[in-house]
Design a protein around this ligand. Structure first.
Ligand code: BG6
Length: 465
């Protein structure tokens, strides 16, 4: 007999994407860092495919939103691009045509009976703000972001009930300042810490703007999306545990603590002080953090982080987080070979219990979870449908752990896949496909995969339970 799963009534069954990954860069007044980077160094992107067309959502949003509805989803996260909405980044003057574009997109989402979740930053800093001010290194850029956020609340506040300030802000720190995954590909631990701080501040200030401006009057809520990659030590040895704690502080708690408790953890501050890289802050900041915690969390989960004590000798005396731990290559772990990520569904339960036990059981939802696979054309059947059984199995396993967590008291209100329709991904471009719906890049034709039919059926079953 099939096992009964537990998902509350009104659970958000949905999917997430981001505008820089689907729209194409048509009609934008500014380039984002990825528009710029893929235009100057296309060879850094899989098959040389940049962000100029992507899945052409800019022209096809009506068809796409209808398709998303047709596979049974009830909610959809996308984002608003700063580099599209704002014409004058200094004054916050908007680009009228693009104001209308986002009105049309949000209206289409609502008209299809879907709940929109709108995110304000998905790795898409306008590149000029890096060239001119050093991007997130600068507090001026923090305030410019708040101006952009305020415009979004003013324009769309009566339509959007769930806002999020950032998607995976730690990935901005990692990508731009540590591991060369995002333009300008710097390696600078000290700057990384300041950027981490400024991103936290930008989120708290945008939340303050939301509340002070009374945008919550529509009953709407504001949160943030974090990739809370759970950290597992290799063993119980003191050294492994310490290394694992440092990685957890740097990559998870550095946002989770200020976002939910209004201050950084004592351990994190001591760690930065010890290595002489404590961020610069201004007097009023602590009050801003304290008064502007999130209403809810979006949690992206793909893979766990396995850590062991540092074995190699650190030769460079400059601060770098990885100087204090090593990654542990656990034998026999299950891998997604295309993306190079471990598959470990149990972690969803662990994340849920961590939030329940240590973060006051704040409301949260899975804002991304999914499996990227290369060359899915090999799984096409005679009727032209991709038989992505691996994806169905992946979701079934993750949902089982989520259901167990809910049964055990997790305050989880939704599950969003990454992503309903195949989309462009940063340097991997269209290498790995994640969608319930495929996109043929030659023709832009969309076709529902086996997993798209499966999720529809799965949701119906849960609703009738
Ligand atoms: C998340 C991001 O980290 O993972 C998405 O929010 C991203 O933007 C997704 O596309 C999947 O990762 P990737 O690198 O395979 O596209």
């Amino acid at each position: 007999m099939e096992e009964k799963l537990y998902f509350p009534k009104n659970f958000l069954w949905g999917g997430a994407t981001s505008c820089p990954q689907i729209e194409g860069s048509f009609n934008k007044p500014h380039k984002s860092v990825f528009d710029y980077w893929s235009s100057i160094e296309p060879e850094k992107f899989f098959d040389g495919v940049g962000s100029d067309v992507t899945s052409d959502f800019y022209h096809r949003y009506k068809e796409d939103i209808k398709l998303i509805k047709s596979i049974g989803l009830n909610s959809f996260r996308t984002s608003i691009q700063w580099s599209r909405l704002i014409k004058n980044l200094e004054t916050g003057e908007v680009d009228e045509e693009n104001v209308l574009f986002y009105h049309n997109v949000i209206d289409e989402i609502l008209d299809n009976g879907l709940i929109p979740i709108i995110n304000l930053h998905h790795f898409d800093l306008p590149v000029e703000l890096y060239e001119k001010y050093g991007g997130w290194e600068s507090r001026k850029v923090v305030d410019m972001f708040v101006l952009f956020a305020k415009k979004c609340f003013e324009l769309y506040g009566d339509k959007v009930k769930y806002w999020t300030t950032f998607n995976e802000p730690i990935v901005v720190v990692e990508g731009q300042y540590l591991y060369k995954m995002h333009y300008p590909c710097l390696v600078d631990g000290e700057k990384a810490v300041q950027v981490l701080y400024n991103l936290n501040l930008a989120s708290a200030k945008a939340i303050r703007e939301f509340r002070q401006g009374g945008f919550d009057k529509y009953g709407s809520k504001i949160g943030i999306i974090l990739n809370l990659t759970p950290t597992y030590p290799r063993s119980d040895s003191k050294e492994d545990l310490e290394a694992s704690e440092i990685a957890d502080e740097f990559f998870n708690k550095s946002f989770l603590e200020p976002d939910t408790k209004g201050h950084f953890s004592k351990k994190f501050i001591e760690f930065l002080e010890k290595h002489n890289v404590l961020f610069k802050q201004e007097k009023e900041d602590n009050k801003i953090f304290k008064e502007n915690i999130v209403d809810f969390l979006g949690i992206n989960y793909y893979f766990p982080r396995r850590i062991q004590a540092k074995e190699s000798v650190i030769e460079d005396d400059k601060f770098f987080p990885d100087n204090y731990f090593d990654y542990y290559d656990m034998p026999n772990k299950r891998m997604n070979p295309y993306r190079g990520w471990e598959i470990y569904p149990n972690a969803i339960y662990d994340i849920a219990m961590n939030i329940k036990e240590n973060y006051n059981n704040i409301p949260w939802y899975i804002s991304e979870n999914g499996m990227g696979v290369e060359n899915e054309a090999r799984f096409l059947d005679d009727s032209g449908v991709i038989q992505d059984d691996y994806r169905i199995e992946f979701y079934e396993e993750h949902l089982k752990y989520l259901s167990d967590a809910i049964k055990d008291g997790a305050n989880c209100f939704g599950f969003h896949c990454w992503t309903p329709i195949d989309c462009w991904s940063w340097c991997n471009a269209y290498k790995n496909r994640y969608g319930y719906i495929s996109v043929d890049l030659e023709t832009q034709k969309r076709t529902i995969k086996k997993s798209g039919y499966w999720i529809k059926n799965f949701i119906e079953k849960q609703n009738n339970n």
